[in-house]
Design a protein around this ligand. Structure first.
Ligand SMILES: Cc1cc2nc3c(=O)[nH]c(=O)nc-3n(C[C@H](O)[C@H](O)[C@H](O)COP(=O)(O)OP(=O)(O)OC[C@H]3O[C@@H](n4cnc5c(N)ncnc54)[C@H](O)[C@@H]3O)c2cc1C
Length: 429
């Protein structure tokens, strides 16, 4: 192998982004996409947050994204299951932009693929109708074969071919043959699915207020419904499965399944005036899809790497993940029975009731420390950003400490939260 060359399997968001990155480093690549189009009109939306937009800016894509006719989000409502407002955050786009340099942009997914593709300089390296079907490890590289019989030689291959990744399954087969035990057994069969999601694009929905984002809470269900450009409404209705499914048992939904789902949820409120059914009735496109959740243990083997959904696809509960990462051996049993007692030199508590009581004491102390720490941090943060004067910050900090004893941590936190929202909302007035 003379030249360093990367073969990218898949021209979705991950594959096209990687191609753009490689061009910035002047690295040679070829991208093999199974589809006949690079940006097929699949009728889904994409929401890009400041972290992703920053990367896209570095790749030279941001200006084009910002110039799309995007509907800026004015108000973000949190609603209960009847559609009543629980909280409202005004000027959301401006807040995000002011804090992070970029806002939150929702638009048609197809546009993102188009822009990523347009930004690529070497379009001749993006090959369509090339479905990867086999990978051979050769001396110093890989041979990648596509369904039409073509063979591409590279230094390594990156599988950016989505949740049903062919590259991953070929990588596993090679791993099992050459290094048995490297991949955990039956990992793909154990991919869980707890939720399904109805999503799509609607337009001109009666009663919908342009510029609104609505997150609707529910029991086993939640919705994210967002304003898009040209009177569009992007919806996501997440629905917990009656029973979780794994691997091959995860269903692929048909149009009949979707019709049943819509019938069952037609009257689900989004706002006081608009229901899920009203939005669905005005759809331009829609789908019902299972939501796989997996972070694979192994992301590469020899010269094969997985990337994007082929490596991880998950619903991120940030705090839970941070806790789990810092406590890799965590278990409910340990939490209750294995906690060291910080107040005694020796661990000698024999009855369960005493142990539970110790746990709650320990829990109460750490929770209180967490509350105070979190509260003080958020006050400091407002001061750091220049949103409040030092005098107000000191007063708020004192109120937080006194509040712990006078009205309790929960009520103090609620008071602080309300004050903080007021301060932040005041900035945009
Ligand atoms: C309902 C829903 C809503 C979402 N909303 C958001 C959102 O708002 N914001 C966000 O950031 N993310 C969102 N996501 C997640 C996001 O869509 C995915 O994480 C992202 O699309 C993954 O990109 P990917 O390139 O890894 O895979 P994919 O987008 O699946 O792309 C894989 C590509 O590989 C091609 N391919 C497949 N097999 C082969 C093969 N054998 N050979 C060659 N090519 C092949 C496919 O044709 C495709 O083009 C959402 C996901 C879902 C399900």
């Amino acid at each position: 192998m003379a030249e360093f060359k990367i073969i990218i399997a898949g021209g979705g968001i991950a594959g096209l982004t990687l191609a753009n990155m490689l061009e910035r480093f002047d690295l040679d690549y070829v991208l093999l996409e199974a589809h006949s189009e690079i940006a097929p009109p699949v009728g889904a939306s994409i929401g890009l947050f400041p972290n992703g937009l920053r990367i896209l800016d570095q790749l030279g894509c941001y200006e084009r994204i910002a110039n799309l006719s995007v509907q800026h989000l004015e108000v973000a409502y949190m609603r209960d299951r009847k559609g009543d407002v629980l909280s409202a955050l005004h000027q959301m786009f401006k807040h995000l932009e002011r804090r992070y340099g970029y806002g939150l942009l929702f638009f048609d997914r197809q546009k993102l693929l188009e822009i990523l593709h347009d930004t690529i300089k070497h379009k001749d390296r993006v090959l369509l109708n090339r479905k990867v079907s086999n990978i051979d490890l050769i001396d110093g590289g890989v041979n990648v074969t596509t369904a039409d019989g073509s063979v591409y030689t590279g230094t390594l291959v990156v599988g950016a071919d989505g949740i049903h990744s062919k590259v991953r399954s070929l990588m596993r087969d090679l791993g099992n043959k050459l290094q048995p035990g490297y991949f955990p057994a039956k990992e793909e069969d154990n991919v869980p699915c707890y939720y399904r999601c109805s999503f799509g694009i609607a337009q001109h929905v009666p009663g919908w207020v342009a510029g609104e984002q609505n997150i609707v809470m529910g029991n086993g269900q939640s919705q994210l419904v967002v304003s898009g450009p040209e009177g569009r409404v992007y919806w996501f209705l997440f629905d917990k499965l009656p029973q979780e499914k794994y691997g091959k048992d995860i269903p692929k939904y048909t149009q009949e399944d979707e019709a049943d789902f819509v019938k069952q949820n037609y009257n689900l409120p989004i706002t006081r005036k608009v229901t899920f059914g009203h939005v669905f009735d005005k759809r331009l496109s829609s789908a019902l899809t299972p939501l796989h959740e997996i972070v694979y243990q192994k992301w590469f083997f020899k010269r094969i790497i997985t990337f994007g959904d082929s490596a991880h696809k998950s619903t991120v509960h940030v705090a839970t993940m941070a806790y789990a990462w810092s406590h890799p051996n965590i278990s409910i049993g340990r939490a209750f029975f294995g906690l060291p007692n910080p107040f005694r030199a020796e661990w000698n508590i024999t009855t369960i009731s005493e142990q539970i009581a110790t746990f709650f004491r320990y829990d109460a102390v750490t929770a209180l420390a967490g509350y105070i720490g979190g509260n003080l941090y958020s006050i400091w943060d407002l001061r750091r950003l220049g949103y409040i004067q030092t005098r107000s910050a000191v007063k708020a900090a004192l109120a937080v400490i006194v509040g712990q004893f006078m009205i309790g941590p929960g009520a103090t936190w609620a008071g602080l939260w309300s004050w903080r929202e007021d301060v932040i909302a005041g900035l945009a007035r």
